[in-house]
Design a protein around this ligand. Structure first.
Ligand code: N2P
Length: 416
C-alpha cells in the first residue's frame, strides 16, 4: 500500500481504539506503484496499460520543477515525514508526489513526548517532524534540528510577519521551524448529551466542571476523555487555579496534579487522538481537546446525522500554540525536506490543508483562499477578546521533567 493509500484509508476508516498511552501509529509506506496512480489505474485496463503507466510515471518525474522550487531534489527521491494524526489533507501529499517525483513516507504521531524521545535516542529516520513550538525550542537548543536554509524557502514571504515575530521570541530568528498550524486547548462536548444529563441550563464555560466530582460523576455516564499531554493538562489546570501557567515552582505542578487526579477518577481514557472519532460517533460526550480536532469531530458527527459538538475556550483562559514543521539534524534528504516545506507554504496548499483539518494557519496569503466557514469560526481563528485570555507556554527542560513526573503519577492513579 502506498503512503497515499495508507493515509487515505487511515483518515476515512474508523480507527480501532488504541491502548491509551500507545506511542504512535505508523502508516507503513512503499514507493508508488502504477496502481496507486488514478490515471495509470484506468490504463491498466487496456492492453498497453502497463507500458503506458510506466511512461507516465517517468514523464511526471522528469517534469520541469514549479517556479517556486529553487533547489533540485536529493538524488534519493524519498522523504520521511512524522506528523500528528488527522493533520493533513491526503490529496496534498498526492499532489506533492506527482509534482515533484518525491515519494513521501508519512508516519503518524500523537505525542510531543514520544517525538522528543525518538529524536533524543539518535537517528529517528525522519526528515520532517512536527513538534509544538515549545518542543521545537528544546530540540533546537539540543542541536537536534537542521537550521533552515531560507534561500531554499521563497514561500516564507507568505507567512504572517506578526505571527512570525511572535514565534521568533521562542525560535530565535525563526531559525529551525515554519509554523504549520495554530491551535488552542479547550473543551469539546456533545451539546445534546451534556444537556440531557446535566439539564438545559448547564453551561460548559469553565475548567471547573473537570474538577467538580458532582459534575464528573454525571458526565462520566456519557464518557469523559482528556489529552495524554503533560503540558496541555497541567498548564490548563494551572490556568484554572489562577496560577502562572509558566510557573517554575514544583509545588504548583504537584497541586495541579492533585486536581487532575480527581478528573482521573472519572475519565474513560487519557489519549490525544482517539477522542475526535469517539466524540463524532457519540461514544464519549466531553473531552479536553485541541481546537481543530473538536471542529473535525463536529463535522463528522453532523455528517453522520448525529449531534453537534461544540468547542469552548473556558472563561479562565486557555493555552494556545503553534505546531511547527522542522528538519531533523540527521535528515538524509535535506533538499527534499526544503522542497516539502516550501510547498506547504504555498497559500493554496496550506489553505486546502486548513480547510480539511479545520485548524488555523499562519499564512497571510492563504486566508482569502479558505472556506469562510473556517476563517469566521471563532473557535479556530480567535477574536482579539479571546486572544487576551490565551497563553503560549514554553516550559524549560527542568520544568518539563517535573511535569512528566507529575503526569505519570496522575496516569497511574487514574481509573482508565
Ligand atoms: C491533530 C492534533 C493536533 C496537534 N489531530 C496538537 N499538537
Amino acid at each position: 500500500m502506498t503512503i497515499l493509500a495508507s493515509v487515505l484509508s487511515f483518515l476515512s476508516s474508523p480507527r480501532k481504539p488504541r491502548t491509551p498511552r500507545d506511542a504512535s501509529t505508523a502508516a507503513a509506506t512503499t514507493a508508488p506503484t502504477c496502481n496507486s496512480c488514478p490515471q495509470c489505474f484506468a490504463r491498466t485496463l487496456s492492453l498497453v496499460g502497463g507500458a503506458l503507466c510506466s511512461l507516465l510515471l517517468s514523464t511526471s518525474a522528469l517534469a520541469a520543477p514549479a517556479e517556486d522550487q529553487v533547489v533540485a531534489p536529493d538524488a534519493d527521491k524519498n522523504l520521511f515525514v512524522y506528523n500528528w494524526s488527522d493533520y493533513i489533507d491526503p490529496q496534498v501529499l498526492k499532489d506533492f508526489e506527482k509534482e515533484t517525483g518525491i515519494t513521501v513516507h508519512y508516519d503518524l504521531m500523537d505525542s510531543n513526548e514520544v517525538l522528543e524521545a525518538k529524536l533524543m535516542v539518535g537517528s529517528s529516520g525522519y526528515d520532517i517532524i512536527a513538534p509544538s513550538i515549545h518542543v521545537l525550542k528544546r530540540l533546537g537548543d539540543a542541536g537536534l534540528l537542521l537550521p533552515l536554509d531560507k534561500s531554499k524557502l521563497p514561500n516564507l514571504k507568505h507567512l504572517d510577519p506578526q505571527k512570525m515575530a511572535k514565534i521568533a521570541l521562542i525560535d530565535k530568528d525563526n531559525r529551525y521551524g515554519i509554523p504549520y498550524m495554530e491551535l488552542s486547548t479547550g473543551i469539546a462536548y456533545n451539546t445534546r448529551k451534556v444537556a440531557e444529563i446535566m439539564g438545559p441550563d448547564f453551561k460548559v464555560d469553565s475548567w471547573r466542571i473537570l474538577f467538580d466530582e458532582n459534575v464528573l460523576k454525571k458526565l462520566s455516564q456519557c464518557g469523559i476523555t482528556a489529552l495524554d499531554s503533560p503540558s496541555d493538562m497541567l498548564c490548563s489546570t494551572l490556568i484554572y487555579m489562577g496560577r502562572d501557567p509558566e510557573s517554575t515552582k514544583a509545588q504548583d505542578y504537584e497541586d495541579a496534579g492533585e486536581k487532575l487526579k480527581i478528573l482521573g477518577r472519572y475519565v474513560r481514557y487519557f489519549h490525544s487522538s482517539q477522542y475526535a472519532n469517539d466524540l463524532a460517533s457519540g461514544d464519549v460526550c466531553i473531552s479536553v481537546a485541541w481546537a481543530g480536532d473538536a471542529q473535525l469531530a463536529n463535522q463528522r458527527s453532523l455528517e453522520a446525522g448525529l449531534d453537534p459538538i461544540a468547542y469552548v475556550i473556558p472563561q479562565e483562559g486557555a493555552l494556545m500554540g503553534y505546531d511547527m514543521l522542522a528538519i531533523t539534524k540527521t535528515s538524509t534528504h535535506p533538499n527534499n525536506a526544503h522542497i516539502f516545506l516550501n510547498y506547504i507554504m504555498r497559500p493554496e496548499v496550506i489553505a486546502k490543508i486548513s480547510d480539511y483539518i479545520r485548524y488555523a494557519n499562519a499564512n497571510k496569503d492563504a486566508t482569502a483562499l479558505m472556506n469562510p466557514e473556517i476563517t469566521s469560526n471563532k473557535g479556530i481563528y480567535y477574536d482579539e477578546q479571546t486572544l487576551q485570555r490565551m497563553h503560549i507556554v514554553v516550559p524549560p527542560a527542568e520544568v518539563e521533567r517535573i511535569m512528566t513526573r507529575t503526569w505519570n503519577n496522575v496516569i497511574s492513579s487514574s481509573a482508565q
